[in-house]
Design a protein around this ligand. Structure first.
Ligand code: GLU
Length: 272
């Protein structure tokens, strides 16, 4: 039985790109889950969660109720963190964005990852003593994964993408943030913990998240979680050839509906 999921963040209204991702996930499995990725309290809104339910039902999708909300799962993420910490794979990082930028400028060059320059590793070298002191003094900190240590522990990894086996590049993002300054988790940690918890066996999502698979496979191996298969689909582009984005105020499904379009019109627009 193939279990797929659609995992939107309720930070805006769904647009055509989401419709494509949701329908693809729905049609790729036997069992379809909806997961609300609302760890970012500052940007998530209840009204957008309600709009997600409404839009997906309107498109004719149904899912196992109740849908999982990541904001209710902080305990599970904290447990995974304890596990990673126990293996000595995590270190506190006190750097601000500005300090990271200054350090990169000082070094004169930076390695780049999918999200921009990689973290230069400033806090990796802090002694346990200094880290403990700064935490006790109330300095805010994120937790980063020591990727070199992690990769040494797991050895070479692969992921399965639509029938092909690819090598994992655990270093592609550098030492990623595994728990944000304000949360016991980050996007990557929450996703792998929940994909396992919900027994997702096929992760379908846009190809903009293909690179995330490298780090997510590393986390799965470290946490001894099952390995799902992956299918990254190409992105729906707008008339100018750009990917739809909530931030650009891309035309929402809600506004298309209000303008009289039907679910069939939506499918036609995205070539389904
Ligand atoms: N929540 C993520 C997003 O809105 C998707 C996570 C995933 O599919 O792994 O882009």
């Amino acid at each position: 039985m193939i279990v797929t999921r659609f995992a939107p963040s309720p930070t805006g209204l769904l647009h055509l790109g989401h419709a494509y991702a949701a329908i693809t996930a729905y049609e790729s499995g036997d069992d379809f889950l909806l997961r609300i990725e609302d760890i970012d309290k500052g940007r998530s809104r209840d009204k957008f969660i309600q709009a997600i339910f409404y839009d997906l039902k309107w498109l004719g999708l149904s899912w196992d109720e109740p849908s999982l909300r990541q904001s209710t799962r902080m305990g599970a993420y904290a447990e995974a963190l304890v596990n990673l910490k126990a293996h000595g794979l995590v270190y506190p990082c006190f750097c601000t964005r500005a300090e990271i930028a200054t350090e990169i400028a000082r070094a004169g060059e930076a390695q780049h990852g999918p999200d921009g320059p990689k973290y230069p590793g400033t806090c990796r070298a802090l002694s346990l003593e200094e880290g403990t002191q700064r935490i006790a003094a109330g300095e805010s900190y994120a937790l980063r994964l020591d990727v070199a240590k992690a990769a040494a522990l797991t050895g070479a990894l692969t992921f399965r993408e639509q029938g092909h086996v690819h090598a994992v590049d655990p270093f592609c993002f550098g030492d990623i943030v595994i728990a944000r300054k304000d949360l016991p988790t980050s996007y990557h940690l929450a996703v792998v913990v929940d994909d396992a918890h919900q027994q997702v066996s096929l992760v379908t999502r846009g190809e903009d998240l293909l690179s995330a698979t490298h780090i997510q496979r590393l986390l799965q191996a470290l946490l001894k979680l099952p390995e799902p298969a992956y299918a990254h689909h190409s992105l729906v582009l707008d008339e100018e050839g750009k990917k739809f984005s909530k931030r650009d105020g891309a035309v929402s499904l809600q506004s298309l509906r209000e303008a009289g379009e039907t679910p069939a019109d939506i499918r036609a627009r995205i070539g389904l």
